[in-house]
Ligand binder design. Structure first.
Ligand code: PTT
Ligand code: SF4
Length: 612
């Protein structure tokens, strides 16, 4: 077999043992890699209803056949586990040298199981795994841990680590890597913390097992130049992801004050132009020529890396319009290892609940200093407020009661990304149907919806677009595993991806083969949910109810007086299920599952529900 190393590293923290396990080519071709390997492994190896923060959960790092190869933007890895914040399958995508090193060490994935008896970190060098005490790093932030690891191993190694938020099992704790990146907003850092696993350090020296290594090198070198030139021409990295902020403000889609408002007169102060002006450094992932991480000097004088999601949710959504203060909040999230997006969403919910008199507290929209203090108590789970904040907005709403669950801006427990869909039906569908909660990574349909179709339409074409994008973004890129930005931001042709896959594996796949594999993993992610919640119904694929509430509608601007319509949303959801071959509950039918080759999985899921 080419393209895949054919091996998985299994590490048990309880017994401090490890083994190399092989998988067949049939498995590789069915599940491809990354998210495909992760969801299949978790489905096969986890019992339903285990505690995501207990030793039974497994933490997976999964790569694909093109991860780490010398071609555009391949320095990415999937981190996955049963999610502590949603309770379903959870994962995230992180830029890291681990992508290349783990494959060079001989593995396509690693599975970490059990729980250590005291804090430790793993050092993986080719065939060996060392279990080493993490006392010097435990209790410290990710910047300290990074420096400590660098000092010991040098900067060439690949690293994944957690901060205090992961150690204290804040439910939206992320994993961080040395390149200033963060991933696994579904609580993957908390899963590492629950296992007392502070860091994974990887050094691999073998080859990448390609079928056509010379062709791949040559093509990769040429394409890196092509992508660099495209970026120079288009100037995307001037503002990077934050280029959308000004536009979202104009079209009434910016999250402001816990998504209550959709635009703000001060939004220009934190837009892409201002961010570029404040830039002091640029960060990126390995094998990338379009580095998208813009760093600025934060309010305390530190270097803080910023992305649009972070600015939208720690900035406008909290009523904070000073870039340096948002930088400080971003820096703290990075150091504690908290997901910026859920942190922003949860703090905004808290401010909203205080405004509604549901809970006592001093936090007000716009108060950056108090927000900093709250991030600290959340990451440390200090006191009642710290514990509530660390559990995210849905659990907080359930504790506070009243009608607060309606304005907890989340889906399946995960806070909504920075797109305010008060009146954007297709993007609301994308959030509702995202299998890991309200993440924009699965189908960022908003640009198509507002630029190429009619905003108020609930037509089938929108459901078709959501499925199409989920296949590409949540399927192709998460299986291969590679960054989607050359395609989505620069328009680098999608056909390039089967090209690299085929150079790596020696196969002759077309994009259609990837769509089928993608549908298979979406079906399995849904089966995972159903096994956890046999009473699964379509309401779990709804976006936040606040978007349907006319009393919450804008009073001025392009969508004044408008809200989503529940009956029409249900029709749109029906279209979505129909296109996917799922029943009205949102569960793949037997026929669909059979056509995807999920015969074993059907037997298992039918212990919990009857398939239509
Ligand atoms: C991703 C989510 C995002 S998505 C952002 S900003 W974005 C936030 N970044 C955080 C951060 O920073 N620090 C922190 N403490 N928490 C953070 N939480 C948020 O995490 C990221 C880029 C970006 S920047 C995006 S869109 C693209 N995402 C990709 C993806 O999902 N898949 C893929 N194949 N390619 C992608 N390319 C782009 O990668 P999660 P990263 Mg991230 C500091 O993982 O859980 O999906 O959450 O990975 O390496 O930082 O790159 O405007
Ligand atoms: Fe990483 Fe950004 Fe480059 Fe993608 S575009 S590989 S997220 S630096």
């Amino acid at each position: 077999m080419f393209g895949w190393k054919g091996s998985i590293l299994r590490v048990n923290l309880t017994t401090k043992t490890f083994q190399k396990e092989s998988f067949s080519e049939a498995f590789a071709q069915k599940w491809v890699g990354g998210r495909g390997f992760a969801v299949k492994t978790l489905w096969d190896e986890l019992k339903p209803n285990i505690d995501p923060l207990g030793p039974e959960n497994k933490f997976i790092v999964a790569l694909g056949p093109i991860s780490g190869i010398p071609a555009p933007n391949t320095g990415k890895a999937v981190v996955a586990a049963k999610s502590p914040i949603t309770g379903g399958y959870g994962d995230g995508n992180i830029g890291t040298k681990v992508a290349e090193h783990l494959r060079r060490a001989g593995y396509d994935a690693m599975i970490v199981e059990g729980k250590a008896s005291s804090p430790l970190y793993l050092y993986i060098k080719d065939d060996t795994v060392e279990f080493l005490p993490a006392d010097a790093m435990w209790g410290k932030g990710t910047y300290f841990a990074n420096d400590w690891i660098y000092a010991k191993y040098g900067k060439k190694v690949g690293v994944l680590n957690i901060g205090q938020a992961g150690e204290n099992m804040a439910l939206y704790a992320v994993v961080r890597s040395l390149e200033g990146r963060a991933g696994g907003r579904t609580g993957m850092g908390a899963v590492m913390g629950s296992k007392l696993l502070k860091a994974i350090v990887v050094e691999g020296t073998g080859d990448l097992a390609a079928a056509n290594p010379d062709d791949m090198q040559q093509t990769g070198r040429e394409d890196l130049k092509v992508v660099r030139e495209m970026d120079k021409e288009q100037g995307w990295t001037i503002q990077s992801t934050n280029a959308v902020l000004g536009w979202l403000n104009e079209v009434a889609a910016l999250p402001v004050h816990n998504f209550r408002k959709t635009s703000h007169p001060d939004a220009w102060k934190i837009d892409g132009e201002r961010l570029n002006e404040a830039r002091i450094a640029t960060y990126g992932c390995p094998n990338c020529t379009m580095h998208c991480g813009i760093a600025i000097r934060d309010h305390e004088g530190r270097e803080a890396e910023m992305d649009y999601e972070n600015i939208g949710l720690l900035g406008s959504n909290l009523g904070i319009f000073e870039l340096d203060q948002i930088g400080s909040l971003n820096y703290l999230c990075d150091d504690y290892g908290l997901d910026t997006m859920s942190a922003g969403g949860t703090l905004a919910f808290y401010a909203d609940a205080i405004e509604h008199g549901l809970v006592a507290g001093d936090f007000r929209f716009g108060d950056a200093e108090e927000a900093k203090r709250l991030l600290d108590v959340a990451a440390r789970r200090e006191g009642e407020i710290g514990n509530m904040l660390a559990d995210g907005s849905l659990r907080m709403a359930r504790k506070l009661g009243g009608n607060s669950e309606e304005y907890a801006m989340q889906v399946k427990g995960l806070e909504v990304a920075a797109y305010n869909c008060k009146f954007i039906p297709g993007m609301a569908l994308a959030f509702g149907t995202s299998p890991i909660g309200a993440h924009h990574k699965e189908a960022w349909v908003i640009s198509y919806e507002l630029k190429q179709t009619v905003r108020e339409s609930y037509g089938r074409e929108k459901a078709e677009k959501v499925v199409e994008l989920q296949r590409i973004r949540g399927g192709l890129f998460e299986m291969l595993v590679s960054c989607r930005f050359p395609w989505i931001e620069l328009g680098w042709e999608l056909e390039n991806y089967p090209k690299y896959f085929n150079l790596a594996t020696g196969l002759t796949w077309t994009l259609d083969d990837f769509w089928k594999a993608s549908d298979r993993i979406y079906a399995l992610m849904k089966f995972f949910w159903v096994r956890e919640i046999p009473s699964w119904d379509r309401t779990r694929d709804y976006p936040p109810l606040a978007w349907f509430d006319k009393t919450n509608a804008d009073t001025e601007g392009p969508i004044a007086g408008l809200a989503l319509d529940m009956d029409k949303y249900n029709q749109l959801l029906d279209h979505y299920y129909d296109i996917r071959g799922w029943d009205k509950r949102g569960i793949p039918t037997r026929k669909t599952a059979e056509s995807l080759g999920l015969d074993d999985e059907i037997k298992e899921v039918e212990k919990f529900t009857v398939l239509a």
